[in-house]
Design a protein. Sequence first.
Length: 296
Amino acid sequence: MSAPLPMEQHDPDPTTARLHALYRFVMDNGRPPKIHEQQEGVAVGFWAEQCRQQHQQQQLDGDLAAALQSVHGWDWQPQTQALSAGFEEGIRFVQQYQAMHGGRLPKTRSNKKSSATELEARATAVCRQLMGQRKRGVLTLQQIDHVSAALHGWRWDKRVRAPPLDEMIQLLQHFVQRHGRLPRQHEVGVIGSRSYEYAHGQLETDVADALSHGVPGWCWNLGDSAFEHNLEVLLQFVAQEQRVPAQREEHRGVRIGAWCNKRRLQYKHGSMPPDRVAALEAVQGWWWTADDMPDA
């Protein structure tokens, strides 16, 4: 192993600082970091994986590539590539199970192996594996998003630990770019925890600033964001159908009829903010009580 670069106590270059942290990790552990591992607060595993992917796309700086090549045990193959071979096959197992069971996911907490079919056992194993891989931080952002989109009803474990800040920002930017909205709490588990920390004054200033300025449309009050999204869905439904939705109707994946009834119940209990009352009353054909319903 070549001698590491000389370390400076206060290095303004983030790339050099991360490289130094990587050297220290290897010196302490005798191997390069796995994608979820850190060194002294630096997400060296995630950064190393980014470097591997940039190298594969021939976008990595030559000097940095040479420095990484000198790291003991370094391998240029992205760690996440090892997941790709069985990833899509696993998704197909779960989709096949859902197709045969009315769209529901297998119960991952059940221990009744004797009565499980081979397909159910494999689909259950895939779901558990995906949760574990997400928790360890070894799934790519694209894989995380693909699981949420491909498996109906999928919810990531809310107990998953928050990823490094730069990865979290990238994940949120990617989601907004693809879906045109902020994710709901169950779609990206760290959203709710960060908002809770912010509301209780527990969130670091740099993290709060990075989320506020780095994520398009970021909103600290998840309720406001959800209301605005569902109101937009309601307006689209009314424009298309020329009426307010009934209880069981859906639109764009939102149970918009049930959502309207919940808002009416909230209004009845006097717990709806005035601006939301005004927004709903501006909707063509809106009604609060059955007596106000327009004639069919």
